[in-house]
Every structure is written in C-alpha cells, then in structure tokens.
Design a protein around this ligand. Structure first.
Ligand code: F6R
Length: 242
C-alpha cells in the first residue's frame, strides 16, 4: 500500500490525474474504472487540461463507472451519467460506446447488472480503479453489511449515504433510495486501485479502513488485501497516519 498525503488539493488533483493519464499514455487501450461524487472532480479537471494540452488521448480507452442511481432520468443533473458527461466525457475524445455506466432506468435491474458484468468480463481486467470513500466505509455503493456481493447488484442506500448525497439535491426526499453498483469482487480484481480521500470528516474512516480489522462492516477495509493500492489523501484526511 502506498500512502501519499498532500498539503494542497491542487497537488493531490495533479498527482491523481498524472497517474491516470500516465497509464493511458503508456497503454492507450487501458480499461479504467471511474468514480463520481465530490472527491474526483478536481482530478477530472486536470485530466481534461492534459487532454486539451494534447498530451493524452482516450480514443482507444474503455471506462466503467462504479455505480448509478436507480430511477433518475439520464439527463437529470445528478445522474452519474450526467456527472460524467459534465466533468469528463464531454471534454475528451473517449468514444461514448466505450464509456460504460450501469443503466439505472433498466426495466429489469437484475438483467442490467448481469449485462454490466458481461461487459466487464469482455473488457478483461480493469487496469486502474479510481475510488472515493463513503463516511461509513462504502466503496462504490457497497454499503457496510454482514456480507458483501462480488458482482454488480442493486443496493438500497443507507440513510447516512442518502444524507451525505443530499447536498447535491434540493432535498433529502429527492435522493434516490436505490442504486446499481459494481461489487467488491470486481473492484478488487482491478490491477491497481487509486483511492482518493479528502477532508477532516473522512480522517477516522480512512484510518480505520486501512489499519483496522478487515471486515464487511467497513467495505473499504478489504482494500488492505489488494497488492497494488495507492491512496491519495489531503492532510486533513491523512491526519491520523502522521
Ligand atoms: C461514487 C461512489 C461513492 C463515492 C463516495 C464518496 O461513484 O461510488 O463510493 O466515492 O460516496 O463520495 P464523495 O466523494 O462525494 O465524498
């Protein structure tokens, strides 16, 4: 596990973007696992800047997002499809057919999950999986539970997750109750995992996840078992490691 702490967000974002664009420069056919939420926005901004400077291209790259809300129209401001369009896809040359996000409006959610797993299997291993961290230790939308599911599945979001994400909606009632998410099995199969954690409010959970017991009560603790985990933290989130 390689833990890196940054004293400014600018440095953290540049480093995160550098790891991702470096991979795509050396392997243009890379398969990237992508995350949404507040944490990676600055990293996507830096990736777009690199693309605009002409130092990286995404024509041959394939991406798989971790998750999508159930029941939000695709063009809803807070759908993860819309988020990815706004922060990355609209600004780079990644062909849309190669940018995969689970369809949260599929009539048959189980079939959609099976289809997503099929696409992942066909793409081969994810080369790099970008992750944020939930306050309760979730990764993707794999919430703390007595057991975790390996493949893509439908999940009922925990109250604390809906509350945390309510900041992006007008009210808590508008936050969807369910999501489709990649499972922990798929996440852990990635060749490299890039976990990004920012803010004092994540200091305890990131410390517990990376140094505490490995338990399904804290899904991110399973990352301790991964052979190639890189963690980027701001100094607030990394406080307990010093
Ligand atoms: C997003 C995702 C979530 C977030 C996590 C942290 O695709 O899967 O696990 O990474 O909820 O969210 P932020 O970054 O908003 O604190």
């Amino acid at each position: 596990m390689n833990l890196l702490t940054f004293d400014t967000h600018a440095k953290l974002h540049e480093s995160g973007a550098g790891i991702i664009t470096g991979l795509v420069q050396t392997n243009p056919r890379a398969v990237l696992g992508l995350a949404t939420g507040g944490t990676p926005i600055g990293i996507y901004e830096e990736i777009v800047k690199s693309y605009q400077r002409g130092v990286v291209r995404f024509r041959d790259t394939t991406t798989f997002n971790l998750d999508e809300y159930v029941g939000l129209p695709e063009d809803h401001a807070e759908s993860y499809r819309n988020y990815m369009n706004m922060h990355l896809f609209n600004h780079v040359d990644l062909p849309r057919a190669q940018a995969h996000i689970p369809d949260g409006n599929a009539a048959d959610a189980q079939a959609e999950c099976a289809h997503y797993d099929k696409l992942l299997e066909q793409a081969g291993q994810i080369d790099l999986q970008l992750l944020g961290l939930g306050h309760n230790g979730h990764i993707g939308f794999n919430e703390p539970d007595h057991a975790l599911i390996s493949g893509t599945h439908i999940v009922e979001l925990r109250e604390e997750t809906r509350k945390a994400n309510a900041r992006f909606f007008d009210s808590m009632e508008q936050v969807p109750s369910h999501a489709l998410t990649m499972g922990v099995g798929t996440i852990l199969k990635a060749k490299m995992i890039l976990l990004v954690v920012k803010g004092e409010d994540k200091a305890e959970i990131v410390h517990r996840a990376l140094t505490g017991p490995i338990t399904t009560d804290c899904p991110a603790s399973l990352l301790q078992t991964h052979p190639h985990l890189v963690v980027l933290m701001d100094s607030e989130a990394g406080r307990l490691f010093q």
